[in-house]
Design a binder for this molecule. Structure first.
Ligand code: XMP
Length: 489
């Protein structure tokens, strides 16, 4: 909720707890976010974090000082001795993650100071009587050693919320909700081979069975074995009714002679829509035969997508579909979004619970335009085959070395317009380089190149140059993002 929400509006929602989040402002800035004071009088358990902690302190009669002493990054705090609901089960010396200029210099009347740091005398406080709690640090980031514990203590011990989230509950809840939403309607979903659409489709299938049809477009830009994994492993484990559109020739014809990255992306997007649209229209026609229409489209929207787009408004009639690029105006669907409140790790947990193949559940991000934007130069069948082999080797070796969790993703790129001289066997070669682009990232907005062990790099390089005809050199991309993007095109 925005900070402008009134106490009456909050009360109407009947919350079991309130978290006042951090933010970049100073409480002394003109127009800085403040709070309807009535919110703190509702008797609802409240946790203030960073700026939220300072606003709480100020509004409850404590003091916030602009001391000129800033704390950014890892900061040691010392807990005050004695029992406390919020921090009682934690070591008295611990590392927290701070990011603030102002500091709380005096806790409000009746509050107990729970912790301090070198430059912040009041780094945490609480009043069990008022059910008010606050920390100057950021318990929500993983660099705060016991941050998760702070959140658990607040939710569980202060607000009395049972820790009953598990993947089975979510599945049951969603299945009931989808049944109610869809009724006897027909539903379609576009499977990309990625984890989100795969899990979304599997939950919807569990709810409404063969009222769902999945459409999978094979554009020939997929990685090795992906089509088989979807058509065989995924279908076997879920029972989803699947239509594969074999569009390889269509895509390769459209891409012939094209080298400009943006043009490639536009062509791939356009052809994708055509293929999906064609399959969807065929289904609509088929369904009309039995007097029904297709009313629903499943999307694998996750919570971060909802947050990034400023909240979203639930079910909507759509004309253009972001993930497939824009469906025709006369196809109108209501959205079914079973993953809308979940994060990626939760989606993976649910996928496992639903028995989806591990290769799909643990898949790293892969761009929609696929290998088409990993060939620098014209996309041809031969080049795709070559790149698919090199990519499969790199992925197999990274997995065998147990590095899948270290990296966000590792694009493997073919520089099809570059050739260099090599020597293989007894002869001269004039082949293409393959680029390895291993990156570490939290959200793909920024990234750093991953320092992979040399012996793993050596194995990948040896295998690619030995096993992939036409490649005589493997190079490593050591550029962060920015300035480089993760993908080369
Ligand atoms: P860049 O190259 O912009 O990539 O640093 C950031 C992340 O987005 C992925 N990516 C895409 N994903 N459709 C997608 O679904 C696309 O067109 C696309 N382009 C890039 C990329 O793999 C990385 O994870």
């Amino acid at each position: 909720m925005p900070h402008t929400i009134t106490a009456a509006e909050v009360a109407a929602k009947n919350p079991i707890g309130i978290v006042l989040s951090g933010g970049p402002s100073s409480v002394y800035d003109a127009g800085s976010p403040s709070l309807d004071p009535g919110i703190l009088e509702l008797g609802v358990p409240t946790l203030g974090i960073c700026y939220g902690f300072q606003v709480m302190a100020q509004q409850l009669g404590g003091e916030v000082a602009n001391t000129g002493l800033r704390e950014y990054g890892a900061t040691a705090v010392t807990l005050a001795p004695g029992a406390s609901t919020l921090l009682g089960d934690q070591p008295s010396e611990q590392t927290t993650w701070m990011s603030h200029g102002d500091s709380v210099s005096k806790a409000p009347e009746g509050f107990t100071v729970l912790a301090s740091s070198a430059s912040t005398p009041v780094a945490a406080f609480s009043s069990d009587e008022k059910k008010m709690y606050g920390v100057q640090w950021h318990p929500e980031v993983k660099h705060s050693e016991y941050g998760q514990r702070v959140l658990e203590n607040f939710l569980h011990d202060a607000a009395g919320i049972p820790a009953d989230w598990n993947s089975s509950n979510v599945i049951e809840e969603q299945v009931a909700r989808i049944r109610e939403q869809v009724g006897t309607g027909k539903v379609i979903v576009g499977l990309s081979g990625g984890v989100d659409s795969a899990v979304a489709a599997a939950i919807v299938h569990k709810a409404v069975g063969d009222q769902l049809t999945a459409i999978f477009v094979d554009h020939g830009l997929l990685r090795q074995d992906e089509r088989r994994q979807v058509e065989e492993d995924y279908v076997a484990s879920t029972g989803v009714r699947l239509i594969t559109v074999d569009a390889v020739d269509q895509f390769l014809d459209a891409l012939a002679g094209v080298t400009d990255p943006e043009q490639k992306r536009k062509i791939i997007g356009r052809e994708f829509i055509r293929s999906f649209e064609g399959a969807a229209e065929a289904l609509v026609l088929e369904a009309q035969g039995d007097g029904t229409t297709i009313d629903f489209l499943v999307q694998g929207t996750l919570y971060p997508d909802v947050v990034e787009s400023g909240g979203g408004s639930g079910t909507a009639n759509i004309k253009s579909h972001h993930n497939v690029g824009g469906l025709p105006e006369d196809l109108q669907f209501k959205l079914v979004e079973p993953l809308r409140t979940l994060f990626k790790d939760e989606v993976r947990a649910i996928g496992r619970e639903l028995g989806l193949p591990e290769v799909i559940v643990s898949r790293q991000p892969f761009p929609g335009p696929g290998l088409g934007i990993r060939i620098v130069g014209e996309v041809t069948r031969e080049r795709l085959d070559l790149l698919r082999k090199a990519d499969a080797i790199a992925r197999a070796e990274l997995t065998a070395a147990g590095l899948d969790n270290e990296i966000w993703q590792c694009p493997v790129v073919l520089l099809a317009d570059v050739r260099s001289v090599g020597v293989q066997g007894d002869g001269r070669t004039y082949g293409h380089p393959i680029v390895l682009r291993p990156v570490s990232s939290e959200d793909a907005m920024t990234a750093d190149w991953t320092r992979l062990p040399y012996d793993v790099l050596a194995r990948i390089s040896n295998r690619i140059t030995n096993e992939v005809a036409g490649v005589n050199r493997v190079v490593l991309d050591v550029t962060s993002k920015p300035p480089g993007t993760i993908e080369w095109e």
